[in-house]
Design a protein around this ligand. Structure first.
Ligand SMILES: NC(=O)c1ccc[n+]([C@@H]2O[C@H](COP(=O)([O-])OP(=O)(O)OC[C@H]3O[C@@H](n4cnc5c(N)ncnc54)[C@H](OP(=O)(O)O)[C@@H]3O)[C@@H](O)[C@H]2O)c1
Length: 297
């Protein structure tokens, strides 16, 4: 039994709360910016009313055993305001976000040995403040270290009872970069404001391959083991999606919210510069998405 705080109770945080609730043995603390009376998570196995305590003031948060961060990548500063109270007894922080800069984002707020980057695949949507919909199975990847093992143990036997798996890997760099390469081309949908079917045309297919190839080159320079065929696999994977399927960059842009362009295309540009690798397509995508969000332009 552990006391686990979730900071950021949106699509991923809400989904994780339901998965942890299924263990029946944890004390869950939901840390939100506004009071949350209930949290209902609609899962393939039925609705879960999450049994949890809610805190909406970082100063009143209790000390916990684990902190699970599930805010957007651009919300690191506000997220970290929860750490002094939640981590008062040395709790580690699992950063469950997209991109490859989990550590860079939080290193100024937590010691390096307490930070655990997490890659998650969990098809989930936030339907309302207090309602999250999980459409399919969860796959979570963490480093095979003591901290990673301790995080995986939180989910313990849940995997056998629900549709989820925590995988310990000795090549977390590849896991992060595989996902980032896939996500990088999602910027094309957000720019065109069109769902997955956009990438089915010949011209968009060529751009997708070129953009993914840039991301793969940078990922390899960072030590990820990514094959030559990955850009083609990524394109095929997008083309197999229902043509109306909407990625999170597009969903956020459609809803007028900020998008995670910087943690995705921006990160590829930054890491490319470090290795002297040109990333013109990711650079254009990042610049256009940044400009699109700038109210002064
Ligand atoms: N959704 C997916 O299917 C999916 C899949 C894989 C990975 N991811 C990644 O997971 C991360 C989370 O994404 P998401 O889709 O769950 O985002 P989301 O639905 O927008 O949820 C983010 C939550 O963080 C909350 N938040 C922001 N700042 C906060 C603060 N200072 N204190 C407390 N709560 C705060 C927001 O609260 P407010 O309501 O107050 O804004 C919101 O509830 C992202 O990096 C995303 O790329 C998502």
């Amino acid at each position: 039994m552990a006391r686990i705080a979730i900071v950021g109770v949106g699509a991923i945080g809400g989904g994780l709360a339901a998965l942890l609730d299924a263990s029946g043995s944890h004390e869950i603390v939901l840390c939100t910016r506004r009071p949350l009376a209930t949290l209902i998570v609609d899962t393939p196995a039925g609705d879960v009313r999450v049994r949890a305590r809610n805190v909406s003031d970082p100063a009143l948060a209790p000390a916990v055993d684990w902190v699970l961060v599930a805010t957007k990548a651009y919300d690191a500063e506000g997220t970290a305001k929860w750490f002094p109270a939640l981590c008062a007894k040395g709790a580690p922080v699992a950063v469950i976000q997209n991109g490859v800069e989990h550590r860079e984002r939080f290193q100024q707020y937590s010691s390096a040995d307490k930070l655990l980057p997490v890659v998650i695949d969990l098809p989930t949507e936030r339907k309302a403040e207090d309602r999250v919909h999980i459409r399919g199975r969860a796959l979570i990847k963490v480093e095979d270290t003591k901290l990673g093992q301790s995080f995986a143990a939180l989910f313990g036997a849940i995997g056998s009872r629900t549709d989820m798996r925590v995988e310990l890997t000795d090549d977390f760099t590849t896991a992060m970069w595989w996902k980032l390469c896939f996500n990088s081309v999602g910027a094309l949908n957000a720019l065109a404001m069109k769902p997955a079917g956009l990438l089915r045309g010949e011209a968009m297919g060529r751009v997708t391959l070129a953009m993914a190839a840039e991301s793969v080159a940078v990922g390899r320079a960072e030590g990820a083991r990514l094959s030559d065929s990955l850009p083609r696999e990524i394109l095929e994977k997008y083309r197999k999606q229902p043509p109306d399927s909407v990625n999170s960059l597009l969903a956020d842009r459609r809803a007028g919210r900020r998008t995670e362009w910087d943690a995705r295309n921006g990160a590829i540009v930054r890491k490319g510069e470090k290795h002297g690798i040109e990333t013109p397509l990711n650079r254009i995508a990042a610049a256009l998405l940044e400009a699109a969000e700038d109210p002064s332009l």
